[in-house]
Design a protein around this ligand. Structure first.
Ligand code: CA
Ligand code: CA
Length: 455
């Protein structure tokens, strides 16, 4: 902190000198404020590749993002419009812009910013024929029954979703690095990484990727559920993606502040980092996920098809702080979950590791700090899988001393059918030998999340 303060003082002194100098004849450019221009360190980080062997994203050709960008494709962006411009100029076609590019985010960018920067509300995005009161009246299970909504109001909702998607889903092309400058935040938007390769996202705070038009799914669960369309980052049909040193929250719009409709929570949020639709070779490192519900879904369908052999993800050195489920939930993929710190418990907690159909989770040296209400036997949830490799876990529950716990044995002791102990593969893409588990929370709590990289 002291070093940063000194740097800020130096910068402030430099600005003061600039201002004290004789005024130039031309109109002054907007005065830069701290965090608005890339420092030398930020410039180095913008061009940094993922280290060799550092998780699944490093496989094969590895990942460089926008490291080779020419000067005209290195931008600092402060608004949604500038972000879209830096990613290629047109949100409807930016996914196909494969020119190497580095995008520095300064300050807060809100996906709901209209073309002139004015914030839009949900009413601005709604189809003229959609209204929530009419929707609730039409599809109340007491009236409509427990079948999927259909008809004009549902069609109007779907049109509204399309309008919101065009506004708040920001499409990212291949060969891109996005780095947040100090304090940078992306709120009310989704980074969509679909049908591309070689993307790096670092040092950003993601908050409140909210859906204005959640869908009613009457047969989801025992009594139906509202579901949101929007993740904070979605990775689909893509490979070589590195998501590093970011913070994910619901901002000032937490799930527990939402109303109930049809007796179920109005769910305006979906995943933080969902990897689906045959995506693969993703590394998520040093991220901080705070107070979120459906966190990381790896594989979205039980269909035995093109996901087989894909969905390979490394999840290392992340802090899962007060999250409820999917930490991660896995289908099909070989997923290496190592040296993460989980702080879990309290209202709504469901599970950490979701063992889904044909999943192959290798969980190693993870540390679980649990509230008294969480039984270590419930950290694993079986979603139709058969086995996971799990070793080196430590648990600190309530005020008790930390101790090694065989989570799989604890699970098997109280749940059936038992899960086997061999996921069928051993990770080789590791940049360093694992830390002893008791050291994991020290390292992760200090270094995970936005604002920790030296820039
Ligand atoms: Ca999702
Ligand atoms: Ca059992």
């Amino acid at each position: 902190m002291r070093r940063r303060t000194a740097a800020a003082a130096t910068l402030a002194a430099a600005l003061t000198l600039t201002i004290a100098a004789p005024a130039p004849a031309a109109p002054a450019a907007p005065r830069p404020s701290p965090g608005s221009e890339p420092t030398l360190a930020a410039k180095l980080i913008g061009r940094q590749a993922l280290a060799a062997n550092d998780g699944w994203a490093a496989e094969g050709a590895g990942i460089t993002g926008g490291a080779t960008a020419t000067a005209d494709r290195v931008r600092v962006v402060r608004t949604r419009a500038e972000l879209v411009a830096a990613l290629g100029g047109d949100n409807t076609t930016n996914a196909t812009d494969a020119t190497p590019k580095i995008v520095y985010v300064a300050g807060t960018i809100d996906g709901f910013e209209g073309p002139d920067g004015t914030p839009l509300g949900c009413a601005d995005l709604a189809d003229p024929e959609y209204s929530l009161p009419a929707y609730l009246a039409a599809y109340d299970p007491a009236v409509w029954g427990r079948v999927n909504p259909s008809g004009p109001l549902e069609a109007a909702r779907v049109r509204s979703v399309a309008t919101q998607t065009a506004q708040t889903q920001i499409n990212v092309g291949s060969n891109t690095t996005i780095v947040g400058l100090r304090g940078a935040k992306l709120t009310g938007l989704t980074l969509m990484i679909d049908r591309v390769a070689n993307v790096i996202v670092r040092n950003l705070e993601f908050s409140d990727a909210r859906d204005c038009f959640p869908a009613w799914s009457p047969t989801d669960g025992d009594t139906g559920n509202w579901n949101s369309q929007y993740d904070q980052i979605s990775v689909r049909r893509s490979e070589h993606v590195w998501v590093d040193h970011n913070t994910f929250t619901d901002g000032d719009n937490p799930d527990d502040a939402q109303p109930l409709y049809f007796g179920r929570p109005w769910q305006v949020h979906d995943g933080s980092l969902d990897v689906t639709h045959t995506a693969s070779l993703v590394t998520a490192s040093w991220n901080r996920f705070v107070g979120r519900d459906k966190l990381m879904l790896i594989g979205s369908s039980n269909t035995v098809g093109p996901d087989v052999g894909r969905l390979r993800v490394t999840v290392r050195h992340n802090l899962f702080d007060g999250d409820l489920q999917r930490l991660p939930r896995v289908r099909f993929g070989q997923v290496d979950v190592h040296e993460n710190h989980y702080r879990l418990g309290g209202a709504g907690f469901e599970y950490a590791l979701g063992v889904g159909v044909q999943s192959a989770i290798h969980a190693e040296n993870n540390f679980f700090t649990l509230a008294d209400d969480v039984d270590p036997a419930d950290l694993i949830h079986d979603w139709g899988g058969t086995a996971l490799t799990e070793r080196g876990s430590w648990v600190r529950r309530g005020d008790r001393l930390p101790r090694p716990v065989d989570l799989r044995a604890a699970y098997n002791a109280v749940h059936d059918p038992d899960l086997g102990g061999d996921a069928g593969w051993t990770p080789t893409l590791r940049a360093a030998p694992p830390l002893p588990t008791p050291l994991v929370p020290l390292a992760v709590d200090a270094w995970a999340g936005a604002g920790r990289l030296p820039l």
